[in-house]
Ligand binder design. Structure first.
Ligand SMILES: Nc1ncnc2c1ncn2[C@@H]1O[C@H](COP(=O)(O)OP(=O)(O)OP(=O)(O)O)[C@@H](O)[C@H]1O
Length: 262
């Protein structure tokens, strides 16, 4: 079956996407857009397919059906060389956010620079210090991950994801395992980075405080129907979504009627 034409000017367009592991269909017929400079949250209950969707967006898994577009270009159907071109524009922090424990923070961030650029060691060192400063970790270059807090590790993970100046930052559960204050600091950092660097940020999370604090746009994956439950601004969806599962999720399980505008 052919994929529906992409007619929007979105940064990322997901069209008729069905995701499966073998015969197990995780989500079907997803169609939505992510706009330039969005802080876009992928949300939904445990096991609904948030991380799986992220993997499809960055090309780690192939759709059972449908396509992912970057701008006008069909990423899913692109040749390996042109896919590579897209992937170089992505910065990714995976769920574990894991840094190499045997490397200092600076060495961790320098890794992608050594792998993908021809920069001199001095230029790498300067750029690494700049990236660490961006995430509030100036002076921590020579610390090992075990010597700094969980929140600082996450921030260093973001600095590493940003090493190659990505156009789009993908973050899988960035606040997982952090105390509320560190989680809040991380939210502030994500907002600041989007505003100062103009990146588009796609985040997987089910932490409501974070969702309302940072996301201007979102998609809710509905486990019950195995398809998209809603797309839009999370506060609007909390108050106005016609989908009960979406309102319940965003109201912490409370049964809240749809709010009517005064
Ligand atoms: N490699 C895999 N092989 C088979 N099934 C998988 C695989 N990875 C995930 N799944 C299943 O696919 C479904 C979606 O998983 P996924 O990790 O994407 O959900 P999630 O919404 O990110 O979950 P959580 O919020 O718990 O992290 C789950 O039922 C999971 O068990």
């Amino acid at each position: 079956m052919s994929v529906p034409a992409k007619e929007s000017k979105a940064k990322i367009s997901i069209r008729d996407l069905t995701m499966a592991y073998g015969s197990f269909v995780v989500m079907k017929d997803l169609t939505f857009d992510i706009q330039d400079r969005d802080i876009f949250v992928i949300m939904g209950g445990s096991g609904c397919g948030k991380s799986t969707l992220l993997r499809h967006l960055i090309g780690l898994r192939e759709p059972a059906k449908g396509s992912v577009y970057y701008g006008e270009e069909n990423f899913t159907e692109a040749e390996p060389e042109s896919r590579e071109k897209f992937i170089r524009r992505f910065g990714v922090m995976y769920q574990s956010g894991a840094l190499w424990s045997s490397l200092t923070l600076a060495e961790n961030i320098a890794l992608p620079l050594g792998e993908f650029t021809q920069m001199s060691p001095k230029a790498v060192r300067e750029l690494v210090s700049y990236k660490l400063a961006l995430v509030g970790l100036s002076g921590y270059e020579d610390y090992y991950p075990s010597q700094v807090s969980g929140g600082m590790n996450k921030r260093a993970g973001i600095a590493r994801a940003m090493a190659l100046d990505p156009d789009i930052l993908f973050l899988d559960e960035p606040g997982a395992g952090l105390d509320p204050l560190s989680s809040r600091r991380l939210d502030d950092l994500i907002l600041r980075l989007r505003d100062s660097l103009g990146s588009t940020v796609v985040i997987v999370t089910h932490e409501l405080a974070s969702i309302f604090a940072i996301a201007n746009n979102s998609v809710f994956l509905d486990t019950e129907t195995r398809t998209l439950g809603a797309v839009g601004n999370p506060s609007d969806l909390r108050d106005h979504s016609e989908n009960d599962n979406v309102r319940r999720f965003l109201n912490r399980g409370e049964e809240i009627a749809v709010k009517k505008d005064a």
